[in-house]
Design a protein around this ligand. Structure first.
Ligand code: CO8
Length: 258
C-alpha cells in the first residue's frame, strides 16, 4: 500500500493484516514504523468490513525492540519531555481484537508490542525477551507490567533482570503465547483465527475484548461489574436476538453487527 513507508497492509475478507517492513533493521521500532503500525491499525479500526486485525513481522523478526540507534543519544529531558513514543497509546485504544503473529525475535519493545495485542501466536523459532537491562535501561512500553500478568512474578523477574530470552515453546508453556505453529504456517493460522473472530458479531466481540481487558487493568470487583453491565447491554443488540434464535432453530446465525 502506497500510504505507508514502513508497513504493508492487506485485507483478507474480514481480517486486516499489518506486516512490519523494516526487515534489514529486524523491524526495530523507530518513530516511522511505530506511526505506521498505529495508523494502519486505526484504518482497520475504522473499516466496518474488518472484524479483527493481525500484526506480523518478518521470518527473522517480529520486532527486535525500540530502535537503539534512534534512542542512544537521548538526554533525560528529551526522553521525558518529548514523550516521543506516545503513539502506542493509539494502538492500545484500538477496540477490535488484535492478534500478534510472531516469527523470529520479539525483543524489548517488540515483546512489549506483542503483549499490547490480545492474542500472541508464535512460529516455532520465535524468541521472546526483555533485554533492556543489558543496554542500561529498563522496559518502557509496559514490559514490566504486562509480562508479570502473563507469566507471573518469578518468571517475569527472571526475564527482566537477566535479559535472557525464552523460545516459543517455553513462552507457550508459561502462558505468554496462546499457540505455536510451524513458522511457514503461522500467518495463515493467525488469519484463520482472526477470521473466526471476525465472523462474530462485531459489537459483541468489542464488548468481549473490553470486558476481558478489564481483568487485566483493574480489580476483580470492578471487572465483574463492568462485565455484568456489558452482558446486560448485549440484550439491546439485534445480534443477541439472532444468535439465540439461531441456537433454538438449530441453524447458523446471520449477524448484522447491530
Ligand atoms: N535497534 C536498532 N537496530 C537494530 C535493533 C534495534 N533494536 N536490532 C537489530 N538492529 C539492526 C542491527 O543494528 C543490524 O543493523 P546493521 O546491519 O546496520 O548493523 C541489523 O538490525 C541486523 O541485526 P544483527 O546484525 O545484530 O543481527 P543478529 O542476527 O546478529 O542479531 C539480535 C539479532 C540478537 C536480535 C540483535 O540484533 C540484537 O540483540 N538486537 C537488539 C535487541 C534489543 O536489545 N532490543 C531491546 C531494545 S531496547 C527497547 O526495546 C526498549 C523499549 C522501550 C522504549 C520505551 C521508550 C519510551
Amino acid at each position: 500500500n502506497a500510504k505507508f513507508d514502513n508497513v504493508l497492509v492487506e485485507r483478507r475478507e474480514r481480517v486486516g493484516i499489518v506486516t512490519f517492513n523494516r526487515p534489514k533493521a529486524l523491524n526495530a521500532l523507530n518513530s516511522g514504523l511505530i506511526q505506521d503500525i498505529c495508523s494502519a491499525a486505526e484504518a482497520f479500526e475504522g473499516d466496518p468490513e474488518v472484524g479483527a486485525i493481525v500484526l506480523t513481522g518478518s521470518d527473522r523478526a517480529f520486532a527486535a525492540g525500540a530502535d537503539i540507534k534512534e534512542m542512544a543519544s537521548l538526554t533525560f529531558s528529551e526522553a521525558y519531555g518529548e514523550n516521543r513514543f506516545k503513539e502506542f497509546a493509539r494502538l492500545t485504544s484500538i477496540r477490535k481484537p488484535i492478534i500478534a503473529a510472531v516469527n523470529g525475535y520479539a525483543l524489548g519493545g517488540g515483546c512489549e508490542l506483542a503483549m499490547m495485542c490480545d492474542i500472541i501466536l508464535a512460529g516455532e523459532k520465535a524468541m521472546f525477551g526483555q533485554p533492556e537491562i543489558t543496554l542500561g535501561v529498563i522496559p518502557g512500553w509496559g514490559g514490566t507490567q504486562r509480562l508479570i500478568r502473563a507469566v507471573g512474578k518469578s518468571k517475569a523477574m527472571e526475564m527482566v533482570l537477566t535479559g535472557n530470552q525464552i523460545d516459543a515453546h517455553q513462552a507457550e508453556r508459561e502462558g505468554l503465547v496462546a499457540r505455536v505453529y510451524p513458522a511457514e504456517e503461522l500467518v495463515d493460522q493467525a488469519v484463520a483465527i482472526a477470521a473466526k473472530i471476525g465472523s462474530m458479531s462485531l459489537p459483541v466481540a468489542l464488548m468481549a475484548k473490553e470486558a476481558t481487558n478489564a481483568a487485566y487493568e483493574g480489580t476483580l470487583a470492578e471487572g465483574c461489574r463492568l462485565e455484568r453491565r456489558m452482558f446486560h447491554s448485549c440484550f439491546a443488540l439485534d445480534d443477541q436476538k439472532e444468535g439465540m434464535a439461531a441456537f433454538a432453530e438449530k441453524r447458523a446465525p446471520k449477524w448484522t453487527h447491530k
